[in-house]
Design a protein. Sequence first.
Lengths: 213, 240
Amino acid sequence: MSVWLIALLVALVATVQIRSQAEVERSLVGIDTTSLAFLIDDLHRANDSLQSEAADLQAHEATLRSGTSGAADQVLSDEADHLRAIEGLVPVHGPGVVIVIDATGLGALDLQDAINNLGAGGAEAIAVNDHRVVTGVAIEQTGTGVAIDGMVATPPWTITAIGDANRLAEVADLMTKALSADRRVRQATYRVEADVAIKAVVSARPFVYAVDS
Amino acid sequence: MSRRQLLSLVAVAAVALVMGFVVAGQVKAQLLTPSNQVARYEVLVRSVQELETTNAESRRRIATLRAEIDALESAASGRSAATQALQNQVADLRAHAGLTAVHGPGVEVDLANGVPGPAAGGQASYLVNYQDVQDIVNLLFAQGAEGVAVNGRRITPLTAYSGSAGEVLIDQGLPQSSPLKVVAVGDRNRMVAALDDASALPDIRARQVQFQLRMTFFGNPDVALPAYDSSLQIPDVHAT
């Protein structure tokens, strides 16, 4: 009798255990909780940024609807200045980091990765060795080294990034630590500055193929 | 009851006691925890779903506001030549920033996950990752692309890519995963030739062989790119 009772209890515990485990595994298909937590963090940041953009656009719309003299000119002028800074057409300054990478053998993909890491970490304007870099500027491997927009950027690379200095410092810290472990890198350092200047600009290129829809 | 029987009973009781502690520990650690894990997981999933809904609504709102602003500016430019000149400048800047839908000749690149294989190079090497997208987009821009979109998401001068294995995050958009389509407007012959170059995109080509990662591309006489629908804020940048 006792043996049957124990066997029954064991079977009950095992069944509950297996069902609970199966439920977890079914729910966890495709993505783990850590990735979900990172995704939530990314989405929060993205949504904050989107809501801030929407608020700015609403303010612009209200100014235009006010119909006051010169309102449209002011909104257009402000937007033109804003877009020129985004597209790298004018010199800019602001808080940020300066990263210096002294290395032999790093290629275009390494530089593209570094720039993308800074962009993902909140960089709003970037220059490498006094060459302005925005997405769309060609960074290519050539026979004489890495060329930015057709001009070879000879190491050491000095990467200047403007943006939220705290976020950029975290990215720069991780980047320089990883680079320091790379045999090709002699030295990788960074410094945070309250105001860095980027004087280099991108040349405007008119569209040849693209037409407004 | 003999002394031997008494000792046997004590031994059985001790073993039963130990077993009881072990079972209780097991129940606490492995029976209750999974149910907590399920609840925690469901909360996380609900959070992601709510945030994704908010994200989509915000991007729709931004697109609507930009269209309304454009209409108001057009109306104002009809009343002043100076405003008209300013609006033309802004229209050109917006087009280059990816804020305008465009079309023209170009290429379409399709990228899809391969199949799991030997773990060389990491277990997720058969999955499309954000570096693949970054490499393709950079290659197309280097060949003169005038505009690029990934799964309908327009690339801008501020675009950055991130994500984990099999998941690609572009700017403030929702995560994208295989299959991915990169569309570019520009000189299609030049872009197709670059994509065809055996020395280009070395990592993708190696994984095509090793994991059957799929990449196909073709020139198209007319492809369309949507306008960017997210934020282009640069609060820390000031013009000199």
